[in-house]
Every structure is written in structure tokens, then in C-alpha cells.
Design a protein around this ligand. Sequence first.
Ligand code: EPZ
Length: 426
Amino acid sequence: MDRIRVIGGNRLQGRINISGAKNAALPLMVASLLTDEPLELANVPHLADIASLTQILRQQGTTCSMSGHGSGADGRVLQLHTKKVTSTLAPYDLVRKMRASFLVAGPLLARCGEATVSLPGGCAIGTRPVDLHIKGLEAMGAAIELEDGYVHAKTKTGLKGARYVFPVVSVGATENLIMAAALAKGTTVLENAAREPEIVDLGHCLQAMGAQIDGLGTSTITIEGVTSLSGARHTVLPDRIETGTFLLAAAITGGAVDLVDTRADLVGALLPVLAAAGINVAETPHGLSVERNGARHLAVDVETEPYPGFPTDLQAQLMAFLATAEGTSRIKETIFENRFMHVPEMMRMGADIETDGQLATIHGVQRLKGAPVMATDLRASVSLILAGLGAEGETLVSRVYHLDRGFERIEEKLSAVGAQIERLKD
Ligand code: EPZ
């Protein structure tokens, strides 16, 4: 298994291009199941998760081909075409690799009247059930049975519009139900829906395909079902988690970096946190620039929340930053029950962190020291790289396959701005 070696201490300086968002590209790809016409997605990042979903879609009859290079509206384009759904089964072997593949349930049910999708199972960051996806589809008239680890969903007369109130905010369940409702009969109203920019991006693509959706970006989304959707071309929005990760990487190293092809509004919850810590971030015509004013940064208290709150997907990276802040910071993780697995690894590098349930108390130390560490999930992996960039000496991060699921060419992007980082192939 590959490892990543980081020698800490270099100030990052230069410009980094931000890729398209993984968590927008995945549901957008699934939307191709809703139409028999081609769907073209530009600015698709080159990631292991995208390849895994391509495998699932192919098994359902979608032809997938990638062309072009790079990011932006003219960058890499993924062409998807599901002329006919040839299988309504999403098998365990493929779904267990990536939970987002459960998103095929709603579109398959809406287009074909049936779907058999493996339950994804738990994962390192928590139990992550799919009960809300199931209850929402049931509210729309689907008959659902759970058997042998599979969700068997059927509807004889097609899905019907319904009112569904989410008991907790769920990104994936909101996406699944919007897609199902787009082809249902009548009006669906989703309340306490998730407001993440990736959901708005999915909604815009569905609208371009002919869907009737109101209230995107608010907690009440109304979808008027239509009988069919057409093809479209859509550009995936910039990755806000990659944006936030590089802002924090620059801040940790006391560097000055320009991030291009991204937007300030996507990291609206991170900017006040960075400002309170003493990091200057400014909006530029193409994205953001970040600079530390020389002094040691300050401790901050943060709680993760659904959008527009502070994202759980930046919590580990923020902790790497706060590990060397002046003073004591507190982070409360409210989204997933087991998302502090990077803590013991950071402590091996000299961080002083206590955890008590969902609360982490971080007593800032002057400097971390490089050490061999192990990645446990995608965002934890990158947080260890960030910790390594600011640490003294060598950090060796193993199990970096997690990283390849969600960060495009990260070693290349970081070394281009002066980091000493390399991949060791095994
Ligand atoms: C999405 O996961 C993201 N994944 C996650 O990013 C992200 O951490 C998460 O949203 C929260 O922002 C994708 O977009 C592909 P949820 P999702 O449903 O949709 C509970 C990354 O690193 N819940 O909003 O699976 C759930 O257990 C990943 O890129 C239920 O109880 O998250 C969690 O506590 C990791 N029942 C909370 O809701 C359900 O049916 C929020 O989960 C669904 C969710």
C-alpha cells in the first residue's frame, strides 16, 4: 500500500487550482439514471470514488466515458448515457466501497418502478444508517422490504408526490428524494431538507434536465414531478472541502497561497474561524488568497453543523491547525459519532488533545514533531498531511488509499507550492 512522506517546515507559496467537488459530482452522475438522453458533466475530479460509482452505473446500463483534461467548465468532461436501465440491482460488493452509491435507489425506483440496493453498512466515522432515505421513499408510495442486507423497493403505480419532514438533516437522503420526486406524480415537499451547495448544484442540473424544483438552498424544497427528463450539460461546482483544506494548509505553514477556480461563499463558515485565529483571507477575482500575518495563530472554539454551519468534513483539518495555536481550543463534532480517529495519530506527533464523547479540547503546542501515522478515513488522512506540513521532521502517512478517494493529485498540488511531499509506492 502506498504511503505519503512529508518533511515539514516549508512555507507554502504560490497558486493552487481547486478541482470540482467530489460530493457534488457523485449525485450528479447518479442523475443520469433519470433520463434516456446523454448527460455531460464538466469539471469532474479524477478520484477513486468517481471510478467506483462509474462501475456501479455501468452495471445498471449507463455508458460512461471521460474526455479532456484539467478543471473548469472546459476541463475534464464525463459523458453518461443511460439509454435503457439494464439492471435495477446495486450489489453489496460495489455499494460497500462507497456509501454514496445508495443514491441510485431513488432514481431507479422513479424510472423503473423497482430497485434492489445493498445496505451500505457502517463505516469508520459512524454507523451512518439509511433509514431516512427509506422512510422518504415509503412516504412517496414505495413498498420497501429489507432482506439479506438488501433494500428491495417497488412501486406498482409509480411514485407519488408527498410531504416528508426529515427528523435530522441529511445530505444524501435529501439528494435521493429530490431525484425520486423529479419523476414522481404530483408535488413533493421536503422539510428540514439539507441546504449544502452540492444539493443546490444537483438541483440546478436537474432543472436544466427539465425538473421543476423550488426552494433549493433553503430547508423547504418543493418538487413538481414531470413525466420525463432530458439530457443536459452541467459544470460541477468547486470543491469547498478541498478549498478549506488548502486554506488551512497555507495557514499552518505560515504561507501565502492563491486558490483559483473556487468561491468564498462556499467556505463561509471557515472564514470567520480563520479571521478569529489571526489568518488573513481575501476574495480575489478567481477565488481566494490566504496569508498568515507572521504571528502564531490563536485558539478558536468550533462546532460542526449542517450547512451553512462549520462542515464536519473540515473538522480534522481544523484540528491539525489548532494543534499548534496559542491557547486552548474546543471542537464539538455533532454530525458523526466517531470522527475523532485522527486524534491519537496527532498525539503521536506531540499534539495535546483530550476527547470526551463528541468534544475535543486542544491545548495548542509550539510545534508538532513528525512521526509515522495511519490514516483512518478520507478527511483524517489529509489532516495528518496538514499536521506533517507544519511539523518538524518527517511524517509518514500510511493507508493513503483513503486520500485517493477524495483529493485529486494532492502531492502534486502541494509540492507545486513548495511542500516537501512524495508518494512512496509499495
Ligand atoms: C454526506 O454524507 C457527505 N458525503 C459526507 O462526506 C459528509 O460528511 C456528510 O454528508 C455530512 O456533511 C457525500 O456527499 C457523498 P448525511 P451523507 O446523510 O449524505 C445521519 C466525505 O468525507 N443519518 O448528511 O451520508 C447520519 O448517520 C464524506 O466526503 C441518519 O441517521 O451524510 C449522520 O449522523 C464523509 N439516517 C447525519 O445523519 C439516514 O438515513 C448526517 O448524515 C441518513 C443520515
